[in-house]
Ligand binder design. Structure first.
Ligand code: TXA
Ligand code: MG
Length: 313
């Protein structure tokens, strides 16, 4: 069975997007809830459908660097980042170009935009077919877990949003977001591209965004990825709890999912949201989570776990 949508399905989805409708589509990180980024009404319906706070700007997805450069001004360093890591899980915050055409609501009124070219054949085919930038946050109701399968998207929006099914996402966490300030690369959000990989490729340290700094990602709300269960991190499970394990099996007899029995952080990132969904669906009141190393993709995994565990209002 082929899970990839055929040309006709892509063409229909593109027509629907150009008519101002929403279409969810797969990327290598998570499924995105896509809208024509130049159409304010279409973008507004993303915020409405997700129940997302208005001040949160959206990542605009592009088919290639050429489309990106029509929207924004790339410094030599920003351009090198795109050339090195696109298509891929890196969003780059760049100043808008005059006459860019993006809807104000897509950038939440900022004079910069986060752009990325996703590394997924379905996403790229869709972007080429629409010929327009697509705003796409993760395709989940605001505050819920990010979806990594088409089925999770359908369930999240009760079947109200059409979904292109491209199989399970290979990365499983959102893109890394960086901004460029002169010769400095600043990481605004840890994500599927490890900070160390950028540092290795560019032979320099990547700065981490300070709280309240000039450049920040306004959407980095503390409580964001919220399962119904409460969560205890960096710990061993107690009787009655569900357990999200990492590494070689323990003797725990309760409901358990193991992010990666072989302690592989890529595998763990890919499994993170699905396994949280599954453990949450058992109705457990508390999910205990094993310690996850803080290196490489562990940074993004721990970031997501901390958000999931943050106090809710
Ligand atoms: O992997 C991903 O990035 C997924 C897939 C669908 O591509 N998309 C995604 O988009 O996670 P979204 O909209 O959920 O994430 C947007 C993040 C927010 O934290 C927002 O604050 C930040 O990007 N952001 C967007 N524009 C920005 C800007 N101009 N300056 C700083 N941060 C920005
Ligand atoms: Mg999200």
């Amino acid at each position: 069975m082929s899970i990839f949508p055929d040309d006709q399905a892509i063409a229909e989805a593109a027509a629907s997007l150009c008519a101002g409708k929403l279409v969810a589509f797969p990327t290598e990180t998570v499924y995105g809830l896509g809208a024509d980024a130049t159409n304010p009404d279409a973008v507004l319906s993303i915020y409405e459908t997700k129940g997302r706070p208005r001040f949160n700007p959206l990542i605009a997805h592009v088919a290639d660097l050429e489309m990106a450069e029509k929207l924004a001004v790339f410094s030599p360093l920003a351009k090198k980042l795109a050339e090195k890591f696109w298509p891929g899980p890196l969003s780059i915050v760049v100043p808008l170009r005059p006459g860019h055409g993006l809807a104000d609501v897509a950038t939440a009124g900022l004079d910069t935009v986060a752009l990325r070219m996703p590394d997924h054949p379905v996403a790229l085919a869709l972007l080429r077919a629409t010929g327009r930038p697509l705003s796409a946050p993760s395709a989940n109701p605001s505050g819920k877990l990010s979806p990594t399968t088409a089925e999770q998207v359908r369930r999240g929006f009760s079947g109200k949003v059409p979904v292109l099914d491209g199989g399970a996402c290979k990365a499983g966490v959102e893109s890394t977001i960086v901004a460029v300030d002169g010769e400095t690369i600043i990481q605004l959000r840890a994500g599927a591209l490890a900070r160390e990989d950028i540092e290795k490729a560019f032979g320099r340290k990547v700065a981490r965004a300070a709280k309240g700094a000039k450049i920040s990602a306004p959407g980095m709300l503390l409580s964001h990825y919220a399962p119904n269960a409460s969560m205890r991190l960096d710990t061993a499970p107690q009787p009655g709890e569900a357990f999200l394990a990492f590494g070689p099996a323990s003797a725990f007899s309760g409901e358990t999912r193991n992010l990666s029995p072989s302690a592989d952080l890529h595998e763990a990132a890919r499994n993170l949201f699905s396994m949280l969904h599954e453990l949450d669906a058992t109705g457990a009141e508390t999910i205990a989570v094993a310690p996850i190393p803080h290196e490489g993709l562990g940074e993004a995994i721990n970031d997501r776990l901390q958000r999931a565990a943050a106090p809710r209002d």
